[in-house]
Design a protein around this ligand. Structure first.
Ligand SMILES: Cc1cc2nc3c(=O)[nH]c(=O)nc-3n(C[C@H](O)[C@H](O)[C@H](O)COP(=O)(O)OP(=O)(O)OC[C@H]3O[C@@H](n4cnc5c(N)ncnc54)[C@H](O)[C@@H]3O)c2cc1C
Length: 386
């Protein structure tokens, strides 16, 4: 008998398992695949609360504390090497300055860097691109292909979470004792409560409900460039189009006027916008560099239409823009597509009844805010102290 069964061992499911087990709950974590291969392992590994708005910024701040606390106990690949947003024109620089002021008011550390300071810190930046930078020294990065696996190991060994990969859940029903979960192999597990963190999988559990939930799946294309001798790109590097895209900047007073203008540069701005492209860089511990991303959208019930392949012309658009920003040999080792679900309502949180809750659709902010959000849910839903 478990207190809590969690379905899905991505970042959301595993951080919920962490908080619940830490609070003394007996937790079973079920993952359909032999190991997680969803959004949680396909991302940049950027933990960037600075880009988030409203309560998600607060969850992001709490997430930084959670990553830090776990990293102090075991290596889950967390590095606190900061985030920079590089502004490429006067409008983006204006937004960077306004966000800096806003964060000063809530005591969230940030520094404005001059063009010269940016070039000194990131010598690979193209001098023509840079107007200035907004730097967040407290922010972190993780290695996406390793973090969740290490986190799962940690919650198993340190907090006694029972983790069972290769366990596809096909049914969840309430009963007199809480809820019962059935796997594809007919195995059953009982718990007081069940939390479903199934990412963009919407066809297995409560499919009618999820079909009507307004969930949209986003497909993102990503590139990995080979390491370059002597190249140092510390932390999370976000650029002008990210400033024009991220929620935090949308809360700045000049945002509406700036968003209404079409910048002269890049000349193919309309194409980049059409494919949801903004350029981020994240150097891994082995020196390779993740470069992305693009965004295409489909109703969550029709995600197949997004295709399983990456499109070369989108990769070319990204690389051309990346080369306008950075000057290093971008020799591409591999490309991939990642998928996540999102909703216009920030997240899809739904109680089937008092025993069963669904949490999905966290969108592109799960690595930055998922840990803090999980702590909040466990405190509020289970009424425990974490
Ligand atoms: C390309 C890309 C780049 C991104 N970059 C960043 C970034 O740098 N920073 C950031 O903050 N966020 C980023 N994100 C977003 C972030 O990765 C997601 O928000 C987060 O990983 C979502 O976690 P999740 O647990 O909800 O989903 P997932 O990681 O998809 O996990 C869901 C899990 O549930 C399992 N599952 C589903 N159904 C069942 C079932 N019936 N039974 C058992 N198991 C089941 C799946 O197998 C899967 O392992 C990015 C996303 C992508 C795709």
């Amino acid at each position: 008998m478990y207190d809590l069964i969690i379905i899905g061992a991505g970042a959301l499911g595993t951080f919920h398992a962490y908080y619940a087990a830490k609070a003394g709950q007996r937790v079973l974590l079920l993952e359909k695949d032999r190991y997680p291969v969803g959004a949680t392992v396909r991302n940049f590994g950027q933990v960037v609360p600075s880009g988030l708005a409203g309560r998600w910024f607060e969850y992001g701040r709490e997430s930084l504390a959670t990553y830090r606390a776990i990293q102090q106990e075991t290596d889950i690949t967390v590095r606190q090497n900061g985030t920079i947003y590089v502004a490429s024109d006067a409008d983006e620089w204006q937004l960077a300055n306004e966000l800096h002021d806003r964060y000063r008011q809530v005591s969230y550390p940030s520094e404005l860097l001059s063009k010269a300071q940016c070039l000194a810190k990131y010598p690979a930046l193209q001098p023509d691109y840079v107007v200035g930078g907004l730097f967040f020294p407290d922010e972190m990065s993780v290695e996406p292909e390793q973090m969740v696996h290490r986190l799962i190991g940690y919650v198993q060994h340190k907090h006694g979470v029972d983790y069972r990969p290769g366990s596809a859940v096909i049914d969840v029903q309430s009963n007199y004792n809480g809820a019962i979960v059935t796997l594809a192999n007919k195995q059953r597990f009982q718990a007081g409560r069940v939390l479903i963190c199934s990412g963009h999988e919407v066809k297995l559990l409560f499919p009618e409900l999820l079909a009507d939930a307004g969930l949209v799946v986003s497909k993102l294309q990503m590139l990995l460039a080979e390491p370059v001798n002597g190249l140092s790109l510390p932390g999370n590097i976000l650029t002008g189009l990210s400033i024009r895209r991220y929620e935090a900047f949308q809360e700045c007073s000049s945002y509406a006027a700036i968003a209404a203008r079409i910048p002269d540069v890049p000349a193919n701005f309309a194409d980049l916008k059409k494919w949801g492209i903004h350029i981020l860089f994240k150097q891994a511990i082995d020196g390779s560099i993740i470069i992305g991303d693009s965004h295409e959208y489909a109703d969550a019930t029709q995600a197949e239409d997004l295709g399983y392949h990456t499109q070369d012309f989108i990769n070319d658009l990204m690389l051309t823009e990346a080369r306008r920003i950075m000057n290093f040999p971008m020799t591409i080792r591999k490309t991939w597509a990642g998928f996540y679900s999102q909703t216009p309502n920030e997240i899809f949180e739904y109680d089937i009844d008092e025993h069963i809750r669904i949490v999905t659709g966290i969108g592109g902010k799960g690595m930055s805010s998922g840990a803090g959000f999980a702590g909040h849910t466990i405190r509020q839903w289970l009424g425990v102290d974490v």
